[in-house]
Design a protein around this ligand. Structure first.
Ligand SMILES: [Zn+2]
Ligand SMILES: [Zn+2]
Ligand SMILES: [Zn+2]
Length: 331
């Protein structure tokens, strides 16, 4: 993501709540991926054009987002928080930091898909359930909440926003990468699938039959692990579990690549390949080498521990093309 600028000229990032230079309040509007820099006066918060705002209720009460609503609006929550159907129980102190991490990832995803011309309020609207199960909260009924998507509702297990639990899951599952943002971008891929995949024959040729028995495929994956040689055709082991999971993984990676490449280009760390899709993938492949080596120089894990084989690149280009066509169609 490219940085934003305060009215005073200071660089701002989308998670900021105040400018570090002039102290103004700032607010990120994820739907339009814009940043507001706001003065306080006796009637509230006002931008450079004189438009008035008040804080999103979740900002005022919990500080979990940095959003605002227009002063005259009947809404009480910002455009990001309005997507929430269920929030974590605030009776538990540890959930506050988890919820804040979930919101930050959600806002970044919303801004990312928006920049590509996709709208989280399309197709009946995306909704979020941030749920707990008995592993984190003995009083809830559910024994096991799985992160997933159904009928527009994205369910995220709140434990995914707990650093220790997430790393433990990553090691248990033998994964090289597991992040809250990765989960949210993956589930967004499921949400947008019906809108984006109009070329069913093209999809099936690359990813496989989306109508293949889902439960049977997932049960087989969890019982036996990925098929031998999955690395040649899939971005991750999990992507090999079912064609729809492959799509969601590729969609998430497309967003990872676009967001990170934009940052790299802005900071002069990557050449700017322009809009040509294959050129962007090639620029990314070149940038991943210093990206990972920078992490290793600091004793960190590889930031991007994935290999883009020719088949995987074709899948990423399919996602890119589907997104571009949908964006053009919606004007
Ligand atoms: Zn400032
Ligand atoms: Zn909010
Ligand atoms: Zn999935």
């Amino acid at each position: 993501m490219t940085p934003y600028y305060c009215r005073c000229g200071q660089e701002l990032f989308c998670e900021n709540t105040r400018c570090g230079n002039c102290g103004r309040r700032v607010a990120f509007e994820p739907l339009s991926a814009t940043m507001l820099s706001l003065d306080d006066d006796e009637d509230g918060w006002v931008d450079a054009d004189g438009n008035r705002y008040r804080p999103c209720d979740n900002r005022a009460e919990w500080r979990v987002c940095n959003g605002v609503v227009e002063a005259g609006s009947a809404e009480t929550r910002c455009s990001g928080c309005r997507l929430n159907r269920t929030i974590p129980s605030m009776s538990r102190a540890e959930n506050l930091v988890r919820w804040k991490r979930l919101e930050a990832a959600k806002r970044r995803m919303i801004a990312g898909v928006g920049k590509l011309g996709l709208d989280v309020n399309s197709g009946g609207g995306m909704r979020f359930d941030f749920l707990e199960d008995k592993r984190s909260h003995p009083d809830v009924l559910e024994h096991f909440v799985t992160t997933g998507h159904k009928d527009g509702v994205i369910t995220i297990n709140v434990l995914e926003a707990d650093e220790i639990q997430r790393v433990q899951q990553r090691e248990l599952m033998g994964e090289r990468y597991r992040t809250v943002l990765g989960h949210i971008r993956h589930e967004a891929g499921h949400f947008f699938y019906p809108q984006l995949v109009t070329d069913l024959a093209g999809f099936t040729a690359l990813f496989g039959d989306p109508a293949a028995d889902y439960d049977a495929a997932l049960n087989a994956y969890y019982a036996n692990g990925p098929a031998d040689g999955w690395e040649q055709r899939h971005i991750s082991a999990y992507a090999s579990s079912h064609p729809l999971e492959d799509w969601a993984e590729c969609f998430a990676h497309f967003l990872h690549i676009e967001d990170t490449l934009e940052t790299a280009i802005y900071h002069g760390l990557s050449d700017d390949p322009g809009d040509e899709p294959r050129g962007r993938i090639n620029a990314w492949a070149r940038f991943v080498i210093p990206l990972n080596e920078l992490g290793r120089s600091l004793g960190q894990r590889d930031h991007y521990p994935f290999i883009l084989t020719p088949v995987v690149i074709e899948k990423l280009l399919f996602v890119q093309n589907a997104v571009a066509q949908a964006a053009t169609a919606s004007g």
